[in-house]
Write a protein that binds this ligand. Structure first.
Ligand SMILES: *[C@@H]1O[C@H](CO)[C@@H](O)[C@H](O)[C@H]1NC(C)=O
Ligand SMILES: *[C@@H]1O[C@H](CO)[C@@H](O)[C@H](O)[C@H]1NC(C)=O
Length: 287
């Protein structure tokens, strides 16, 4: 336990050194939320280990290899890792299980060697990610001029976390084209070949695809390219306009009729208001 204050001092010095190059040689380790990760330790050949002092932002554990057939001991120095650390392999690699977001950060292994009395510091930069769930795709489409169809697609993953990249893969005649980004806009006219679109979401621990979006089925009923459908669409628009005019006409008539019977009442109201105002007028002169 006498090593711990020294270790803290070392860590403080390390923090004071800043980030300029100090952590460049930290080994990048990527872990999955609620899964486990192992931090490998490099031990020179024909060297015996006295102990390994593990720490992150606080102390973590001390590993003491057993002598003469005794089992290796781990002394946990941080209750946050209770029942979550173990050793793997003959090189005392540290395994941390059930990773949480808080486990992200820098880890240090101070390896104290017995044979040469030397010690080395090994650094790790642990990042924890969630395995991505299937992307959600939202589709917006509208008929543009000249019967062309404008389609915009947006892709997202729930609770995606950091370092997620999105791309759209369009497949047309067995040829894939990749468009970077979570949003994609496209348009086509009747008769154009329309690819299918698949969203791909990637983070350092997973890659996941959406279902292919059958783009052709948007913008239209199944008869989109046919003349008849545009004709019936025009007819529907005409009818709608006619209905609008009818409603407008009826509304105007209604308003006019109502105004006819409301006139006396509004006049009476106005008269009452006038009377009120006259009653109020003397009060300012009293003041
Ligand atoms: C893993 O950790 C979470 C809290 O971070 C806890 O709720 C859960 O029970 C743990 N699972 C196991 C298998 O230990
Ligand atoms: C449809 O997309 C084209 C280009 O792709 C654009 O010029 C046009 O303004 C869009 N029309 C509508 C109604 O959004």
């Amino acid at each position: 336990m006498g090593a711990l204050p020294w270790l803290l001092l070392l860590l403080l010095l390390r923090a004071a050194e800043g980030y300029s190059g100090d952590d460049v040689d930290a080994e990048e380790v990527v872990g999955v939320l609620q899964e486990s990760i192992s931090l490998p330790v490099e031990i020179p050949a024909d060297e015996e280990v006295e102990n390994i002092i593990w720490s992150s932002s606080a102390s973590l554990a001390v590993v003491i290899p057993g002598r003469e057939g005794q089992p290796t001991k781990i002394v946990l120095t941080n209750p946050r890792y209770q029942r979550r650390v173990s050793l793997v392999g003959p090189d005392y690699s540290l395994c941390i299980s059930n990773l949480s977001w808080e486990d992200s950060g820098l880890y240090y292994a101070q390896v104290n060697l017995r044979t040469s009395q030397a010690s080395s510091m090994q650094r790790y930069s642990l990042r924890v990610y969630r395995r991505l769930s299937e992307p959600h795709v939202s589709v917006n489409f509208e008929m543009a001029a000249e019967e062309s169809c404008n389609l915009s697609l947006a892709c997202s993953v729930e609770e995606a976390g950091q370092d997620v990249t999105y791309s759209w893969i369009s497949r047309d005649n067995c040829r894939d084209t990749v468009h970077e980004g979570s949003a994609l806009s496209t348009s086509w006219r009747p008769g154009d070949s329309v690819p299918s679109y698949t969203c791909r979401a990637t983070n350092p621990v997973s890659t996941i695809y959406s279902q292919p979006i059958p783009a052709r089925s948007f913008c239209t009923d199944p008869h989109f390219p046919e003349e008849t459908s545009t004709y019936s669409c025009l007819l529907a628009k005409g009818l709608l306009l006619l209905l609008l005019f009818a409603i407008l006409g009826a509304g105007l008539w209604c308003v006019r009729a109502q105004r006819g019977c409301q006139t006396p009442r509004t006049r009476k109201l106005e008269r009452n208001r006038l009377r009120l105002r006259r009653k109020e007028q003397p009060s300012p002169s009293l003041a």
